[in-house]
Design a protein around this ligand. Structure first.
Ligand code: 3HC
Length: 710
């Protein structure tokens, strides 16, 4: 785990724990023993700590957190390093993050190559740097910079790290060789002033002001999160308390955080995101043993908002795009729209002018479908209509080379039906982007019964290449994302039964969800339209399902949301992002209920949460039962990135595991008995099975308890 070697007058301690040199207990023991051994070896004048492989060290081993929360041992190693009578130099390339940076801060000197990155990402895991990082960083950078770095969790470039005094030097050539040269230059120099514990915190008397300012910022940016506030408290401690007392405070707050449900959810989310890329198909094919096809050119069919956004994603990743629209006028509008997106990126400093020009050069607009004959992949983004899509796919099948992958951006339609219009159903898949496609990170890739593993691997790899978080879904009506979302449906029923739409939104917002009734309403409108049934204000049931006509009423009154200035809310054109509650809507609801003889009642916040989320969770379990999603964490990733579910709650499935499956199941059964005309309350078999276990089954073992009917 740590390779020890003596090289002339140096001991080189090389951390060797692939893939990211995390500080497992073997690594900390290796470092500790290595320092002691070097101190005992009279031939050794200095110690160099370096990482083997691509990085220096990514910090504490996150996988070990749930197993044991006892001392990580990083501080023990750190104290041994700091008190060493021989200089210790950390040589960083790749990253020094979290505990990795803390180890570096215990060293007397730090050097790095020019591409190295530094940071304390603990806050993103609901933690704080728990090995004296919050006490040592302010001693180097000053309080305001330390507060910003630690509460944001962002990565700093080597250049920034030098500027703030975090590292001593950036080197150009071979890192180990440079470290030895550097070490030679400092051998024999006094070490006292280099031990950070002896340094004073600059402007310590101003700490309360810095703290108040930073707290305001943190509360604005990270609403609902506890870790950033704890970070600030320990940084304040670093200025107000003697070193060891501040370290004690840091330790106690770290222990509090690591046992918090927020940190459990954030750590789960870290791994959930990575495991989404590791897919497995019902036929046994897996990401690990499937090679993606090559994609060096693409076509996008349909240059509306979605098509243009998709083209932007591809172009940014260096993939030339042929954009197809029906006529020159629409094409021109799309090209202008795409250029506006690039201009916006340039203005925000996210793209260089050269890159914008390069992207525009790679974009070719055409009204002739035949032009796509040589591309490797086609993404269709036309109107959501099966017949139309089948027509386009049949044409594409004839035009495109046999190896080309044909994908649809459909958000609900059956991939098998689309694929059936072609002679290559194995090469057809869904690539469901979320609007706005150039901003939203989620890509829901969908496979049909004939989609080949190679095609799945190709769309998953394409997602990675264009910077998306890709999640795989089996085809079904609405796939994982849209099928599962029952929030809008239940919210409307709650309004009909007695809740105010504004209360519902507020309750969901307090829960951490920034989407509210408004989004649900739009989804409901689409569903009503798709049913193609003549609805009236009196319609209470549809297809033996409960139906609420309130959204239709609002729609008929021209209350169509932001674009018409009115919906469930009023919208001030000068500030459309701030919806204003509308008394007229409350009157409309009142009249609707009177006409239908509905007795309105008091509805609690608890009921709002349960009705909106448990209905959604129940559908999530059905999605697992049917193998539409392979694992619960895939569903949670979709909710975090597609519907802004708060990461610190993990996602609906993780939330259910935290509430307890028995409780969730009982409430679902209760609502099923109360609302027999809502199919989504019919309890899932998988949930029933898991809830009947005497012990709560951990989320990562749910699927082991389900005998799939593949
Ligand atoms: N512990 C355990 N495993 C880790 C890890 C860690 N700290 N960091 C990354 N990994 C694992 C990932 O899960 C992944 O495993 P997999 O291959 O089985 O999926 C593998 O290492 C590679 O990671 P990525 O896929 O993320 O690879 P990238 O090259 O894209 O990114 C990285 C590398 C920048 C290091 C990124 O993984 C990262 O940001 N890691 C988290 C770093 C972090 O949060 N450190 C703080 C830990 S808490 C701490 O140190 C507490 C201390 O203050 C006491």
């Amino acid at each position: 785990m740590v390779d020890y070697r003596v090289d002339n007058q140096f001991t080189v301690l090389e951390i060797n724990n692939p893939p990211v040199n995390a500080l497992s207990s073997d690594v900390t023991i290796g470092l500790y023993d290595g320092i002691l051994k070097a101190l005992q070896d009279d031939s050794v004048q200095a110690v160099i700590i370096i990482g083997k492989g691509k990085v220096f060290c990514a910090g504490a081993d996150i996988t070990a957190f749930s197993k044991s929360i006892k001392g990580l041992g990083i501080t023990d190693v750190g104290h041994a390093i700091e008190s060493s009578s021989k200089p210790v130099i950390s040589a960083v390339y790749g990253v020094a993050l979290g505990g990795g940076l803390e180890i570096a801060l215990f060293c007397h000197y730090r050097i790095s190559d020019k591409k190295a990155k530094f940071g304390f990402p603990e806050v993103q895991l609901g933690l704080l740097p728990g090995a004296e990082g919050t006490i040592r960083l302010p001693r180097l950078t000053g309080l305001p910079v330390a507060m910003e770095i630690i509460t944001s969790g962002r990565q700093l470039s080597a250049q920034e790290a030098v500027k703030y005094g975090i590292i001593d030097k950036i080197v150009e050539n071979d890192l180990l060789q440079e470290a030895k040269t550097f070490a030679t230059s400092i051998i024999g120099k006094p070490l006292d002033s280099l031990r950070l514990r002896t340094k004073k915190v600059k402007n310590a008397d101003l700490v309360d002001k810095y703290y108040d300012d930073a707290l305001k910022e943190v509360k604005r940016k990270s609403k609902g999160l506890i870790a950033p506030v704890s970070c600030l408290k320990t940084i304040r401690g670093s200025a107000k308390l003697p070193y060891d007392t501040a370290a004690q405070l840091e330790r106690s707050l770290f222990t509090e955080l690591i046992t918090s449900s927020q940190s459990a959810a954030l750590r789960y989310s870290f791994f959930a995101e990575r495991s989404a890329a590791k897919w497995r198909l019902p036929n046994g094919a897996r990401s690990a043993n499937t090679k993606p096809g090559s994609v060096v050119s693409a076509a996008v069919i349909g240059a509306g908002t979605m098509g243009s956004g998709i083209a932007v994603c591809l172009l940014r990743a260096g993939i030339p795009v042929i954009l197809v629209e029906q006529n020159e006028k629409l094409l021109k509008a799309a090209q202008t729209n795409i250029d506006q997106i690039f201009r916006g990126s340039v203005q925000l400093g996210k793209m260089t002018l050269e890159k914008r020009q390069e992207c525009l050069r790679m974009l070719q607009g055409t009204a002739q479908l035949e032009k796509v004959k040589d591309v490797d992949i086609v993404i269709e983004a036309i109107f959501e209509n099966l017949k139309l899509k089948q027509e386009v796919f049949a044409k594409l099948d004839k035009i495109c080379k046999p190896t080309a992958f044909l994908c649809s951006n459909t958000s609900t339609l059956d991939i098998d039906k689309i694929a059936s219009a072609t002679s290559r159903p194995d090469k057809v898949a869904g690539t469901h982007f979320f609007a706005p496609a150039h901003i939203m990170r989620l890509l829901e890739n969908v496979y049909g019964s004939k989609t080949s593993p190679e095609t799945v691997a190709t769309v998953m790899e394409l997602g990675r290449k264009i910077g998306k978080i890709s999640v795989l879904s089996k085809t079904c009506d609405g796939f994982i994302a849209n099928r599962m979302n029952k929030i809008g449906v239940e919210a409307v029923y709650l309004v009909e039964e007695g809740a105010s739409p504004y209360n519902i939104d507020q309750i969901m917002e307090d829960f951490g969800m920034s989407m509210g009734l408004d989004v649900g309403w739009r989804i409901r409108q689409e569903q009503a339209k798709a049913l193609g049934v003549n609805l009236t204000a009196e319609t209470k049931y549809l297809n033996a399902e409960r139906y609420c006509s309130l959204p239709d009423k609002l729609y008929e009154l021209g209350r169509n949301g932001i674009k018409t200035g009115r919906g469930w809310y009023r919208y001030d054109p000068a500030n459309p992002r701030k919806p204003i509650p509308d008394l007229d809507v409350l009157d409309i609801i009142q009249t609707h209920c009177q006409n239908l003889g509905i007795q309105r009642r008091e509805i609690t916040a608890q009921e709002v949460i349960e009705r909106c989320l448990y209905a959604t969770i129940n559908e999530g379990f059905k999605i697992l039962e049917e193998n539409v999603a392979e694992k619960p964490s895939d569903i949670d990733v979709i909710w975090q990135y597609g519907f802004a579910f708060p990461r610190y709650r993990g996602g609906p499935m993780f939330y259910a595991s935290q509430v307890g499956l028995r409780k969730v199941f009982e409430r679902i059964c209760y609502y099923h008995a109360t609302f027999p005309y809502s199919k989504h309350w019919l309890p899932s078999d998988l949930l029933r099975k898991l809830a009947s276990s005497t012990d709560e089954i951990p989320i990562n073992q749910w699927m082991n308890n389900w005998s799939s009917k593949l």
